[in-house]
Design a protein around this ligand. Structure first.
Ligand SMILES: Cc1cc2nc3c(=O)[nH]c(=O)nc-3n(C[C@H](O)[C@H](O)[C@H](O)COP(=O)(O)OP(=O)(O)OC[C@H]3O[C@@H](n4cnc5c(N)ncnc54)[C@H](O)[C@@H]3O)c2cc1C
Length: 604
């Protein structure tokens, strides 16, 4: 089975910051093929009919049941989307991976188990495994006969993953003996196969020890001697296993090195790039799904003899849930389209993982944005879902409190949101300094523009013209902040984390706002029956993004320069960000009313 999802021209990672995109070029949820929709329905029915009804048993830590569900997802082909057919996969595109992740989010606990298998075990094997490793493990992972887990974190090294203390000591026969402990491993209590990161001590070459240790990935079977610690008592995700893994003289054959010795960071970071994108998709699926709970509850709950859905304060919340969800959904589909277009543009054999590997690296900035923005949109939606449920939101009779607890970890794992925020401008700056992204000349051109006479007002008076102008201004604001920070701090910019965090926030707004805008433009051009709703969602997002971009830019500029330079910069910012506020209350009401009358997310 194959799916061709997109005809987008291949915009390189981060290039959206420096150029405008035509709406026709961006992939959107509306461009899904019948095959995407079919697999989405399969995943949704699986979760609705087979996972959600047994959630309580999963939360009682019935891991036999968890294994059965992993197998069922394998039977349905959901585990094999990213794997070649020759190993039992179904080799579909990344839009399909996104669609499946969205649907799996409806059960966050099982979604975590599924993600550890499909994203964190299957993907590293597909990308880095030898032919023999793939033949040996992939077919059984893809049917769910084997359950996988990913052991990177340790007690002392979470964000600083390369600081791992677990050691693999090379033996005379070429095998390795692993000693150490991994922490918080999803599926840790019942997995059969572990992707484990350890430092190889090569006693043959020079002195042993830290300086010589080479960070390396291994495929370790439980039968080699891996022991699980006790189940962690967690805030949420009670239906997902999280344990330590203990390695005490665990002997691993030489052929179970995954990738190259000393290149474990390549495995770890590339796998995380794609996993972050999929986590963003899970968060979006969670957010759009929960809108139904809020909308239905607000329609039936009466106070003061009135359904609470008719109060402006509640309409604001539901409207804003829709707006934020629309933005993250637009951003994810656009990115999946770019990844697919990039892979499709490179001729390759179906078993060749290199184009996918390159694409995940190319769109690493977008993946980090998807993770940060997705997890924060979800937290916003779930918090307001509780608020709309009032006291019922705080008690276990309703699912709202469980969603809230389950979601909190999304801002922590797959790289914390702080680490991902640092990566977003960090990776762009690195590309700029290498000459891969012409950010520095663009920042210089902007300086000249700001010193020159004001540009003539735009003649564009079409639908969303103001929003197009606003997004162009957000991009210039991002360039102004980044350019000034690079100029002021030079290589020491890495020490100015507050400035980098503000820059990341602006970049997230840019990519999200433009993605929402392009989708709404496409809907308006195609005279979609929902065009007015698309336009409403994009207009509200862009309007509010202007306020957030302005606030972040002011903070960043004031943390970078002072005195006359700061005053000049602030004057430039005022000139750039001339966005006239619109009546978002009316637009949010329209979106909220639609969600309530439909009983869910209006764009589903
Ligand atoms: C339910 C659950 C499941 C998990 N599943 C897995 C799994 O399957 N496999 C796996 O390997 N791991 C897993 N993890 C571990 C997870 O990836 C780590 O918890 C995460 O990477 C953060 O590491 P840490 O907890 O050590 O926090 P720390 O790294 O100690 O971070 C603490 C705080 O400091 C901040 N911080 C750290 N470094 C910096 C810096 N340089 N600059 C600015 N701020 C910084 C962080 O953002 C955070 O706010 C799981 C965790 C949980 C809770």
């Amino acid at each position: 089975m194959t799916t061709t999802s997109t005809a987008s021209p291949v915009l390189r990672g981060g290039e959206w910051l420096l150029q405008a995109t035509d709406a026709a070029a961006a992939f959107t949820p509306e461009k899904q093929s019948d095959e995407h929709r079919l697999i989405g329905r399969t995943a949704q029915e699986f979760v609705d009919n087979e996972v959600l009804p047994v959630l309580d048993r999963l939360e009682q830590k019935d891991w036999d049941l968890a294994r059965t569900l992993v197998r069922r997802s394998g039977d349905l082909g959901l585990l094999g989307v990213d794997a070649p057919e020759v190993y039992g996969g179904v080799a579909l595109d990344k839009v399909t991976s996104l669609v499946i992740s969205e649907k799996m989010a409806r059960s966050a606990s099982f979604g975590a188990a599924f993600g550890a298998q499909a994203n964190l075990t299957v993907v590293p094997l597909v990308l880095f495994g030898t032919e023999a490793q793939k033949k040996k493990y992939l077919p059984r992972l893809l049917t769910g006969e084997l359950v996988g887990a990913y052991g990177l974190s340790e007690t002392g090294s979470g964000s600083d993953a390369l600081g791992a203390r677990t050691r693999a000591t090379r033996q005379a026969d070429g095998s390795f003996v692993i000693n150490g402990e991994k922490m918080w491993i999803t599926n840790g209590g019942f997995a059969d196969l572990f992707v484990v990161f350890a430092k190889v001590e090569d006693r043959g070459a020079g002195s042993p020890g830290e300086n010589n240790a080479q960070f390396t990935a291994f495929l370790v079977e439980r039968g080699f001697g891996v022991k699980s610690g006790k189940e962690e008592h967690k805030m949420g995700l009670h239906g997902s296993s999280t344990t330590a893994l203990i390695f005490q003289d665990v002997k691993v054959p030489a052929e179970n090195v995954l990738g190259e010795i000393g290149k474990g960071h390549k495995v770890a970071f590339n796998v995380l790039n794609f996993a972050r994108f999929k986590l963003g998709a899970m968060c979006e699926g969670g957010a759009t799904g929960v809108i139904a709970e809020s909308a239905k509850y607000a329609a039936t709950r009466r106070q003061f003899n009135t359904p609470i859905a008719s109060f402006g304060a509640i309409k604001h919340k539901i409207g804003e849930m829709v707006v934020k969800s629309y933005a993250i959904e637009s951003l994810l589909y656009r990115t999946a389209g770019l990844v697919d277009a990039s892979i499709a543009a490179t001729p390759h054999e179906p078993t060749d993982g290199a184009p996918a590997l390159n694409a995940f690296e190319e769109y690493a900035v977008e993946a980090s944005i998807a993770k940060v923005f997705g997890s924060e949109v979800l937290d916003y939606v779930l918090d307001e879902n509780i608020q709309i449920h009032g006291g019922n939101g705080f008690v276990k009779d309703y699912p709202a409190e469980r969603h809230y607890r389950d979601a909190r970890v999304n801002r922590i794992f797959e790289g914390t949101n702080e680490i991902n925020r640092l990566l977003i401008p960090g990776m762009l700056i690195r590309r700029a300094l290498k000459g891969d992204l012409p950010l520095i000349p663009a920042a210089k051109a902007l300086q000249d523009e700001l010193l020159g006479p004001p540009a003539m007002p735009s003649m564009d008076d079409g639908v969303l013209a103001d929003e197009r102008a606003a997004v162009a201004a957000f991009k210039k604001t991002a360039l102004m902040v980044l350019g000034l920070a690079m100029q002021t701090f030079g290589p020491k910019l890495t020490d100015e984390q507050e400035v980098l965090m503000h820059a990341a926030d602006i970049l997230i707004e840019v990519f999200a706002a433009e993605s929402a805008l392009l989708r709404a433009e496409a809907a308006a051009r195609s005279n979609s029956p929902k065009a007015a709703l698309h336009v409403a969602a994009a207009r509200v997002f862009v309007n509010d993004a202007a306020l957030r971009v302005d606030a972040s830019a002011r903070q960043a500029l004031a943390a970078t320069v002072d005195g006359d330079t700061l005053r000049t910069m602030l004057a430039g910012l005022r000139r750039l960000l001339k966005v006239t506020p619109i009546n978002t209350a009316a637009l949010r009401r329209t979106l909220a009313d639609e969600a309530v009358s439909k009983g869910g997310y209006p764009f589903a």
